[in-house]
Design a protein around this ligand. Structure first.
Ligand SMILES: [Zn+2]
Length: 205
């Protein structure tokens, strides 16, 4: 009656990662820790539990993978690090809110800032554990970063665009025609209104 269960599982995952700094491609094998989240007892079947566990493991993999250092440039994903810090800082940012809003001391409500602080510490422990798992990952470099290649594709696209340009100019002309046919209709309306306005203004004084 009203119970819910949360399951945790450790697993080893292998996933591809491309470094956002140097574009090196790698294959990462690391330990992931998945949580099922709270599953109410009435829904706690083996299939439900397995689905929730797989979602939890995938969630942890998404967060841990960009924290793995690139073997070429030794960088983690800057965004992933910032988000991890923000998740911890977010809890601690909530701590002083109640003392600011209600400085009177409202007994039971004052458990809230303590709760936020405890949640912040738990989040910090979780993020640090994930960082340790990311640092313990086995990384296999698949492709070294290609720095001169980004400069090569633009000249290849330009001649291709010139070949298409005579064909592209032909369909460009029919699009002008509906614009030209629409122009006289629009022009006639303001021209019809404008004299009337002028006449009214002239008639008033
Ligand atoms: Zn890199």
């Amino acid at each position: 009656m009203g119970y819910s269960y949360e399951y945790t599982r450790h697993a080893v995952a292998t996933a591809p990662r491309t470094c956002g700094h140097c574009r090196a491609a790698m294959e990462v094998t690391l330990e992931v820790v998945g949580s099922s989240g709270a599953i109410p007892d009435y829904a706690d079947t083996l299939a439900t539990r397995e689905r929730a566990m797989q979602a939890g493991l995938a969630h942890d993999l998404r967060r841990a993978l960009p924290l793995v250092r690139c073997p070429t440039c030794r960088q983690r994903s800057t965004m992933a690090v910032r988000l991890a810090i923000a998740r911890v800082a977010g809890w601690f940012a909530l701590v002083p809110i109640l003392p600011i809003i209600a400085p009177g001391g409202l007994d039971v409500l004052w458990l809230l800032p303590i709760g936020f602080a405890v949640a912040g510490l738990a989040q910090l422990a979780s993020e640090r554990a994930r960082l340790r798992r990311a640092d313990a990952a086995v990384v296999r470099l698949l492709a070294a970063p290609p720095p001169p290649k980004p400069a090569a594709p633009p000249p290849a696209r330009l001649p291709a665009a010139r070949v298409v340009s005579p064909a592209a100019s032909a369909p460009a002309t029919p699009t002008v025609e509906p614009l030209a046919s629409a122009a006289p209709v629009r022009a006639s309306e303001p021209m019809g209104d404008a004299p009337r306005l002028l006449r009214d203004r002239d008639g008033e004084p």
